[in-house]
Structure formats: structure tokens, C-alpha cells
Design a protein around this ligand. Structure first.
Ligand SMILES: Cc1ncc(COP(=O)(O)O)c(C=O)c1O
Length: 469
């Protein structure tokens, strides 16, 4: 059964879609952009023409012409009796899956493997035989690894025992497990705006009603808006990234941590704090973990950014009661974290200070190079310099980042447009630029960006159709 996109949802996702071009073309083009960057999925069923024309306050003829254009270009398949289904035509399907046509893929903010990882695998292999006597299904994590993770919290000033840790297959898996266990259909989830796209995907799949409050580069976390939302809508869960927030790279002040932890605890909203990016410090210095301010906070962690994404080891820190609930739910999701990777993770966590120092050096180089190149090639864009994280979050003021991403793709450069990080099509004028690449890659990528930005206006329709391919 293909998911049906309702007229209201499509209207929200479309955001500011109108332009100087004929309305049917503008509409078709924007739907195509949403499909290309993953905000609408291939196989999704579009609303009936009448429904969309009502949601957009447009004539039905215009919507019909837009659908026809999409059909003609191969983006829509219509089957009698089952409506119009989005699809990626052959070439773009291949490109979408693996980006083989992209010489430079800046769609992911993820750093290369920590150089010590090979040695950690070799040392772990030595320990494998002793672990082969167990059945290997491990739903909570190896005792040594849980203890090493607990120690890493104690090192940050937060008393933690191994029983408060569950090892997972990365933070994304942890978030799925937590959402499945704590969230019931019909409840609301509060997120930061902007936020991490795959968290939004997880909440959308759970059928959640997502509310957002702003995180601003010039004012930080909007505490009064967060409080208002928590009081008014009583969300069951709030998802936050207090340290080197993805995509802005910002961190909450101590006051912001304290305030949000207290507000959520008072109103019964469970805070799910994602610390996947927490170790990516360039020149900020230590901050107290958010969980220092409330015992009911659930913290997600991962070695994905600090060590290597391919390791797939993360964890959840929470109360014993919550972990017991997660454990009951876990077999429906998976049957445990791989043992070899846990042995490697144990070695790496015990090597945390070296990993943090090595990552910091490389991120500093990438950040400084990216900022310098941005000032050289795109001096008209204001670039805020983050003190950690993996990316610049750039307000272009005038340029449509959806159009920019399409134009960049035609030049072999993959970019994620701003609205992937927002709820309801927000951030069309923003761009996330990861700086976790070599100086040469940053040079080539930003040079392309500078060149195409001059030709891409605020109107996605100025992008010629063939430019995508
Ligand atoms: C904020 C955030 N959470 C979770 C993840 C996914 O982490 P993992 O690779 O451990 O599943 C990422 C990776 O991009 C991230 O940026």
C-alpha cells in the first residue's frame, strides 16, 4: 500500500512554491524538487486534483496541468483506480540511491574514520574467541563496554552506572527504539527548528504530530516558545541536540539546559537528548551534559561521528526503569548489537581523549578552510563561525536552496537543501555546508557553489529542467 500524501500535507511541504512562471509549471517543478531531495518519497500517492486544488486555493485545471507535466517528464505514474504515484525516472533513480554521478558528495556531515580504528579492530579480534562461547544475541551490551560508556559520563561530571546504559546499533537505531517505546499514536513530539532530518523521518513514520520551536543563530534556543509549546500541547517527547546541534553547530548555554530540563520535567515531557555530535568540539570547551539537570532525561550517544559511521555502535543512557521498558520492546526492532563491533567500541571509548583531540584538529582545519573559501567566493552570504560540529549553516538571504541543490547536482556536487532540516518547508533560504572534507574537496565544492549561486535566483523555476540530470 503506497502512502497517501494528503492535500494539506503537500501544501505544507510545498512552502513558497509560486514564482513568476505559470502556476502549473511552478507547482510541478516544486513537487519534483521535493521528490528529488527526499521530502516526498518515490511511491507516495499524490492527493486527488480536487483535494489539492482546494488545499492550495487553485483552479483544478492548474493542478491537472501540473500533474500532466510531471507525468510527461516521467515523475508521476497514474494507474486507473489507484491515483497518481510519484516515481523517479531511470537515471535519477540510480543517482538518488548512490549518487554515482556526484564527484563531490556534500550531502552527509560525517567525518572520515579515526586513524586508530584499524588497530582497535585488530586488538578486538584477539578478544573474539573468548566471546564465542556465548550465543551472541546481546540486547543490552557487553559489560565492559557499558562500564566504559558509564565512565565516559563520570569523566564529564555525571554520575552514571553501567546499569544505566544500553548499547545500540548507532544513535538512529536508539531513536527508533525510544520512539517506538515511549510514543503512542496521537501524541505530540516537540523538535528544534532546524533539526536532524532522520529524526523527523522517524517521527513521521511513527505517525507523530510534530511541533517545533526555533533555534536561532543570533539568539539561541527560544525558551519562551519552547515553554509555550510544552504547556499548550503537552508533547510526550521532545528531541534536542544541546551540543554542536546539527545543522547549526550551536550549543545550549548552561541556563538554556537548566531551563528546558526543568520545564520538561515539570510538565511531564520526556526529553530525548541526542549527543551524537557532543564530542565534536573545536574551540568551545566542556559543558555539563544535559542529563545533569534532570534524572528523567534520556540521552542518546554514538561513536558514529567521533570514530566512524561504519562502526554502527551507539547507546542510550537512562533510568533503570526506562531501560527495562526499552529492553521489552527491543526484540521487535532487532536482536542485539553485533559483538565484534562492541569489542572494537570498548577499545575506542577507552581511547576517547585521543579521538576527541584528533577529530578537533581535523574539524578546525575544515572549518577554517570552508569559512575562508566562503568569504572569498560568496562574500555576500553571512557565515556564522561555529565552535564545533561538522557544518556551516548558511543564511543565503535570497537564494532558493532547493534550486541551488538541483543546479549543484548538475555540476557533480551533492548538497542537502535547507527545508530537509525544517518542519513544514521552512529554511528554503538556508544551506547546510559540511566542512568535514579535505581542503581540496572544500575548494572544489565551494568554487562550484560560488559559480552557480550567481545564476540561481530565489525562484526554483529558473533552474532549467535538464540541469538535474
Ligand atoms: C544528530 C544526529 N543523530 C543521530 C545520527 C545518526 O547516528 P548513528 O550513525 O549513530 O546512527 C546523526 C548522524 O548524522 C546525527 O547527526
Amino acid at each position: 500500500m503506497n502512502t497517501l500524501v494528503t492535500g494539506r500535507r503537500l501544501a505544507r511541504e510545498l512552502g513558497e512554491w509560486r514564482s513568476g512562471a505559470p502556476a502549473y509549471k511552478a507547482l510541478a517543478e516544486r513537487i519534483r524538487v521535493l521528490l528529488m531531495d527526499g521530502r516526498l518519497s518515490s511511491g507516495a500517492r499524490l492527493p486527488a486534483e480536487r483535494e489539492l486544488s482546494q488545499a492550495l486555493d487553485l483552479s483544478r485545471t492548474t493542478v491537472a496541468a501540473a500533474y500532466s507535466k510531471l507525468r510527461e517528464d516521467g515523475f508521476l505514474a497514474s494507474v486507473r483506480g489507484s491515483g497518481s504515484t510519484l516515481q523517479l525516472p531511470g537515471r535519477e533513480r540510480g543517482e538518488h540511491a548512490l549518487h554515482p554521478g556526484l564527484a563531490l558528495d556534500f550531502t552527509k556531515a560525517t567525518a572520515p574514520a579515526y586513524p586508530g580504528i584499524q588497530a582497535a579492530y585488530a586488538a578486538a579480534l584477539e578478544e573474539l574467541p573468548a566471546n564465542l562461547v556465548h550465543d551472541g544475541f546481546d540486547l543490552v551490551g557487553l559489560p565492559d563496554l557499558r562500564e566504559a560508556i558509564a565512565q565516559s559520563y563520570r569523566d564529564r561530571g555525571l554520575p552514571t552506572s553501567a546499569e544505566q546504559i544500553m548499547v545500540t546499533i548507532g544513535a538512529q537505531h536508539a531513536l527508533n527504539l525510544v520512539t517506538r517505546s515511549l510514543y503512542s499514536p496521537g501524541e505530540r513530539i516537540l523538535v528544534e527548528q532546524p533539526t536532524y532530518p532522520h529524526a523527523l523521518d522517524t517521527f513521521a513514520q511513527a505517525g507523530a504530530r510534530v511541533l517545533a520551536f526555533p533555534v536561532r543563530q543570533d539568539g539561541g534556543w527560544d525558551l519562551s516558545e519552547a515553554l509555550l509549546q510544552i504547556r499548550r500541547a503537552a508533547p510526550s517527547m521532545a528531541f534536542l541536540m544541546p551540543d554542536f546541534h546539527n545543522p547549526t553547530g550551536m550549543s545550549m548555554s548552561v541556563h538554556e539546559r537548566e531551563y528546558l530540563a526543568a520545564a520538561a520535567a515539570r510538565e511531564g515531557t520526556v526529553l530525548v537528548v541526542d549527543e551524537t555530535t557532543a564530542f565534536l568540539d573545536i574551540d568551545r570547551g566542556p559543558m555539563p551534559p544535559m542529563a545533569s539537570f534532570s534524572a528523567s532525561i534520556l540521552t542518546l550517544g554514538s561513536l558514529g561521528k567521533i570514530a566512524w559511521g561504519g562502526l554502527r555502535v551507539g547507546w542510550i543512557r537512562g533510568s533503570r526503569e526506562i531501560l527495562a521498558q526499552l529492553l521489552r520492546n527491543r526484540p521487535a526492532v532487532d536482536l542485539g548489537t553485533p559483538l565484534m563491533e562492541q569489542l572494537v567500541a570498548t577499545k575506542l571509548i577507552n581511547d576517547m581523549p585521543s579521538m576527541v583531540a584528533s577529530r578537533s584538529l581535523d574539524l578546525r582545519r575544515g572549518r577554517d578552510t570552508a569559512v575562508r573559501l566562503m568569504r572569498e567566493h560568496l562574500p555576500q552570504w553571512q557565515v556564522k563561525v561555529p565552535d564545533g560540529g561538522l557544518s556551516l549553516w548558511i543564511n543565503t538571504e535570497t537564494v532558493s536552496s532547493s534550486a541551488l541543490a538541483l543546479a549543484a547536482r548538475a555540476e557533480g556536487l551533492g548538497l542537502v537543501p535547507g527545508p530537509r532540516f525544517g518542519v513544514d518547508g521552512a529554511f528554503e533560504r538556508y544551506l547546510r555546508l559540511p566542512f568535514c572534507y579535505t581542503d581540496g574537496q572544500l575548494h572544489d565544492g565551494i568554487e562550484i557553489l560560488g559559480r552557480i549561486a550567481a545564476h540561481v535566483g530565489s525562484d526554483p523555476l529558473r533552474m532549467p529542467l535538464q540541469a538535474v540530470i
